[in-house]
Design a protein around this ligand. Structure first.
Ligand code: NAD
Ligand code: TYD
Length: 366
């Protein structure tokens, strides 16, 4: 039985991960530590709230005493660290929370793991001795992003060895946390694993990110803002594929290693937006104006420091661990649109802010 501390499990990827992990890994107990910022939604996990293997803890990863207490009382042997401030535009408006959660929060977790797992710089029990790593060894899996590598030109792919070159406060804070994680491996022998993933999409994504924002606006006849010329490229990965990659890395990855995770699915933003418009035109009632949804597209001022292109080389994960994405973008975007169409209650609760009341319904007054 693994006792897994999942941080940020009430967010987009974290909640998809919790659901998948409970389904695929029967011998696990999951403790979800989440601060429930605007991005955390207990309603994302209503269906597993009563599972005896799942516990929700409302709290901040920067709270060293709470984190230390959880390691002890739950005998945590595995950490999957999702919790972060995750939206680039918000990091441009106000970077402070990004520094706090992404850097100080990661540091707090690393320290708690180091203490709980009794590692110090004289006791490098894992590094340099792969034979010592067993199924029951503790593991700290840090979930990161491809944005730490900076921006690509027309060609080339991010590899695990690509030098870090973050450009936004978000990516700089994630790069900083990656360096801390790596330093704890080299210095203390903390048994870390790291994944750097491309842009995710799918169910439960907060509608500030491109895909859910466009779906929601297009359904409500609102403008569809496209930054700059719309030709920035992202490599899209269906969220459940990201979660299967994380489980694979956790179970079979080599301690100390980084694995890039990508969808092999590069698209210009404008292509993504047009695709969503066309699928919605096909699936739902036409706009009142009688025009096609592409007419709602508005090119707006570009994002400051907008990275031009991201694209991942995920061949290490494929060759060493046998992972490949299973959902291609054309299917994934239809599945995602269907999910938003079928879950109008979820989206309206998020838009009107009432999603935060799910907490009281599930766990009583805060
Ligand atoms: P999200 O913004 O949807 O969710 C973040 C979660 O973390 C929320 O539940 C929030 O309440 C929680 N949280 C924030 N600050 C916290 C704190 N101080 N203490 C405890 N909980 C806190 O993010 P996401 O899109 O699910 O991303 C999850 C992770 O994956 C992040 O680390 C992100 O950098 C990384 N990532 C995301 C993408 C993507 O496309 N979304 C791609 C690659 C990597
Ligand atoms: P986003 O979903 O914010 O992810 P990230 O910045 O982490 O890649 O944005 C994806 C791309 O879409 C990015 O190039 C910025 C662009 N974008 C828009 O053109 N309009 C929007 O309203 C948003 C939110 C993003």
């Amino acid at each position: 039985m693994k006792n897994i501390l999942v941080t940020g499990g009430s967010g987009f990827i974290g909640s998809n991960f919790v659901r998948l992990c409970l389904e695929k890994v029967p011998a696990c107990r999951l403790i979800n530590l989440d601060k429930l910022t605007y991005a955390g939604n207990p309603g994302n996990l209503l269906d597993v709230a009563d599972d005896f293997r799942y516990r929700f803890v409302h709290g901040d990863i920067c709270d060293a005493s709470l984190v230390g207490q959880l390691f002890q009382e739950e005998k945590i042997d595995t950490v999957i660290h999702f919790a972060a401030e995750s939206h680039v535009d918000r990091s441009i408006e106000g970077p402070a929370e990004f520094i706090q959660t992404n850097i100080v929060g990661t540091f707090t977790l690393l320290e708690a793991a180091r203490k709980a797992w009794k590692l110090d710089n004289n006791e490098k029990s894992v590094t340099g001795d792969d034979e010592a790593v067993t199924e029951s060894s503790p593991r700290f899996l840090h979930v990161s992003t491809d944005e730490v590598y900076g921006s690509l030109g027309e060609t080339g792919l991010f590899e695990e060895t690509t030098p870090y070159d973050p450009r936004s406060p978000y990516s700089a804070s994630k790069a900083s946390s990656d360096h801390l994680v790596s330093a704890y491996y080299h210095t203390y022998g903390l048994p870390i694993l790291m994944t750097n993933c491309s842009n995710n999409y799918g169910p439960f994504q907060f509608p500030e990110k491109l895909i859910p924002l466009i779906i929601n606006n297009a359904l409500n006849s609102k403008d569809l803002p496209v930054y700059g010329d719309g030709k920035n490229v992202r490599d899209w990965l269906y969220v459940v594929d990201h979660c299967t990659a994380i489980i694979k890395v956790l179970q079979n990855g080599k301690v100390g290693e980084t694995y890039n995770v990508g969808g092999n699915s590069e698209k210009q933003n404008i292509e993504v937006v047009q695709t969503i418009c066309d699928i919605l035109d096909e699936k739902v009632a036409p706009l009142e104006s009688g025009e096609v949804r592409r007419s709602l597209i508005k090119f707006v001022k570009d994002r400051a420091g907008h990275d031009r292109r991201y694209a991942i080389d995920a061949s290490k994960l494929k060759n060493e661990l046998g992972w490949e994405p299973s959902v291609d973008f054309n299917d994934g975007i239809r599945m995602t649109i269907d999910w938003y169409l079928d879950n109008t209650e979820w989206i309206s609760a998020v838009i009107d802010g009432s999603y935060q009341d799910y907490y009281d319904k599930l766990y009583g007054e805060r």
